[in-house]
Design a protein. Structure first.
Length: 403
């Protein structure tokens, strides 16, 4: 089978996902186009250089609706002969775009693809597209639907994760992100975002909160306690599904959950012949990809079974992995992963994660693949695994091997 290689990976800085965020004036198509242009310029691509652009975004409505991938191509400097495919696997959309592209190449369907994603959460609100699993009573009742924050708290309750532990992980994420920026560890991949006049409006992640301590986080109110215990009382639904739990411990809040941000990322993937044609050196081989469905109520445990699956499929063990990127959707998600595999935290999210820098839904999967690649190169390590939890109960993972 043909090998699929990563030749380049870029991302925008992540802007605060609100009206006073630095990227608020930029549309999803415009930010996507800047990432596509960066890939084109950095790698000298001309004409029909790639087979397709596969682009993930979660809230596919309004300016993020339609086939945003094709819109982004037309807004960019890529040749109009390159089509576009918009996909949605919720929070893993950006990763799934990369995985689909890699498997297309392995199957012989084209020499190269640009894959990635975008989410402008300050412009297109999360959930504004509606979701049958949440709004259709017949489906919500069958699946024992609860919001993701409640799901995260169920994980904490089920696996004995305390608020103090979750807050400590969050402080670690903030400290690592600050150190990574000071050490210029993201410099290879960051593409500063410019306005319509060509002026730079953001060149670093702006959501970070350096100086965060366990004490400051301890003063924050649990975000999902009221919706769980009072109205609409989602805890009762959860306890119907998990009657062995006496009560749900609500430990998550704004400080130990992922930030709402704007951002985009792109990965250039191709076969050996593509690299030879453009004089490009592959940076990593995409060794394996996987996806899986999980319990839709607890919802966010997917990184554990999908990691088990991808390791089994590739004939590897957890000890074969040098570095891990586990999306910090909520602190308990990462802690459960480390607990399940007995992985030391020194190998997980070593440059911080979404708790510190934010989680631009459709882009995050491709962001963490790029971050993982950069860190493998920086440290000289060989193999990395990236994984995300996914709404409605799924998991996705990618294993890359540095060249």
């Amino acid at each position: 089978m043909t090998e699929a290689y990563i030749y380049d990976a870029v991302r925008s800085p992540r802007g605060k996902g609100r009206k006073d965020g630095s990227l608020h004036e930029v549309t999803s198509a415009a930010l996507s186009a800047q990432m596509l242009n960066a890939v084109k310029e950095r790698n000298g691509l001309e004409g029909h250089a790639v087979e397709d652009v596969i682009w993930g975004n979660v809230t596919q409505v309004g300016e993020q609706g339609g086939c945003l991938a094709r819109t982004a191509v037309l807004a960019s400097d890529l040749d109009q002969s390159i089509p576009g495919l918009a996909i949605n696997r919720f929070c893993a959309s950006g990763m799934e775009a990369v995985n689909i592209a890699a498997n297309q190449i392995k199957g012989g369907a084209g020499m190269a693809y640009i894959a990635g994603g975008v989410e402008m959460m300050g412009r297109v609100a999360m959930g504004s597209d509606g979701a049958a699993i949440a709004v259709d009573p017949s489906i919500a009742m069958k699946t024992y639907f609860v919001p993701q924050g409640i799901s995260a708290d169920i994980i904490a309750t089920e696996y004995g994760i305390t608020r103090e532990e979750a807050d400590a992980l969050s402080v670690l994420s903030q400290n690592r992100a600050e150190a990574a920026w000071k050490d210029n560890r993201f410099a290879k991949s960051i593409v500063p975002v410019k306005d319509i006049n060509g002026l730079t409006i953001l060149d670093r992640d702006e959501y970070m909160r350096p100086g965060t301590t366990v004490e400051t986080l301890g003063a924050l109110k649990a975000s999902f306690k009221d919706m769980g215990e009072v109205m609409p009382g989602f805890d009762k639904i959860a306890l119907m599904k998990y009657p062995h739990l006496e009560k749900i411990e609500h430990i998550h809040h704004a400080g130990n959950s992922s930030g709402i941000v704007d951002g985009s990322a792109a990965v250039l993937i191709g076969n050996k012949e593509f690299g030879e044609k453009y004089g490009l050196k592959p940076r990593a081989r995409i060794r394996a990809t996987a996806k899986i469905g999980t319990d839709p109520t607890i919802m966010l445990t997917g990184p554990v079974p999908v990691t088990e699956k991808i390791l089994a499929d590739s004939g590897m063990s957890i000890s074969d992995i040098d570095l891990f990127e586990v999306n910090e959707a909520f602190a308990a998600v990462v802690m459960r992963f480390m607990q399940a595999f007995n992985v030391d935290e020194s190998k997980v999210n070593v440059n911080g994660g979404a708790i510190a820098m934010g989680h631009p839904l459709g882009a995050t999967g491709s962001i963490i693949i790029g971050t993982l690649l950069d860190e493998l190169e920086r440290t000289g390590k060989g193999t990395g695994l990236a994984t995300l939890c996914i709404a409605s109960g799924m998991g996705a993972a990618t294993i890359i091997e540095r060249i």
